[in-house]
Design a protein around this ligand. Sequence first.
Ligand code: ASP
Ligand code: MG
Length: 407
Amino acid sequence: MARIVMKFGGTSVGSVERIKNVAQRVKAEVDQGNEVAVVVSAMSGETNRLVGLAQDIAPMHDAREYDVVDAAGEQVSCGLLSMALQDIGVQARSFLGWQIPVRTSDVHSAARIKEIDASLLDQKFSEGHQALVIAGFQGIGPDDRVTTLGRGGSDTSAVAVAAALRADRCDIYTDVDGVYTTDPRIVPVARKLDKITYEEMLEMASQGAKVLQTRSVELAMAHNVRLQVLSSFEDKPGTLVCSEDEIMEQEIVSGIAYSRDEAKVTLVKVADRPGIAAKVFGPLADAAVNVDMIVQNVSEDGKSTDMTFTVPRGDLARAVQVIESANSEIEYASLDTSATVSKISVIGVGMRSHAGVALTMFRALSDKGINIEVISTSEIKVSVLIEEEYTELAVRALHTAYGLDAA
Ligand code: ASP
Ligand code: MG
């Protein structure tokens, strides 16, 4: 007997028929003798609908009431799934966040899970319940009010439940059948990965491969929860997200990620003296603008240099405003921006122990005549900023260059 957490996303529970299909999948695990906790999202489109209602009532609404409204979608889907399970003879019951309880911080609509007390769930299993259906995305704050975890948060709920229950596995059922070497819409010969490390998955997720909420992967890594991403519509193995020592043969590069959500800011001739970088990035941090790549060169004359950084595209206007209003402090000659750049990243834990990985990237891009504007590296990643129009071309070229194309 194993303890398994199964998580179903919005499309997987998007209709009555699909919920019945999910119930069959849960029953199959129960029939194997497993104890199953099921975490569900709201039916697809439902959270958007609820968010819209809240906006229409009052654009400047109370965040605590917003969470009460928003959390409702998961209440419906977990109740419906429990009914569907009971209907096919599975001993099931539903749990809302507060009933377990899933204790969170007080940051409404972006709360973090602090603690899940597994004793009630443990007790229900020992009383003979076969499937415990848990509303994802929701919890309860320090003042006992309902909280939600941020969009996509039910992935994080599922991992947290798996950690609390010491589950053998956390299976995330979704509308894709696993994690691919890159976006199959761009590279039809992309391969599904059997396994990927937490670190790589984190890079893939935050790079725009939107399979799992980033925080869920962080949590899985911290608690060593084995995560499997698989399709709720097909019967085949997915991708296991696990620690490095579970992967025998590690490729040097596991995947290519891209993000079009990038904008570039260059401060031309900014003073080259101590404290300037803090003056640039301090106000940006205060304005909650998340800066990603940063480059600054040595100055030729010892007085000034150019500084380039990237921000999410939607934050560009705000970033410019922040910099311009700090101009007298920062002292730069001019400000250049571009909102037509994209970031391409080559990711793999194998590059820790291999030389020349970046060179392969630069050669492949140069062969296609693609200019690299900014480069940044980490232990397991090389990223470049390029003109957005070459995104597909670059991803395809790199996928081939690293030998990732399916045979
Ligand atoms: N229902 C929430 C959302 O749409 C949470 C989730 O699906 O993970 O963001
Ligand atoms: Mg999701």
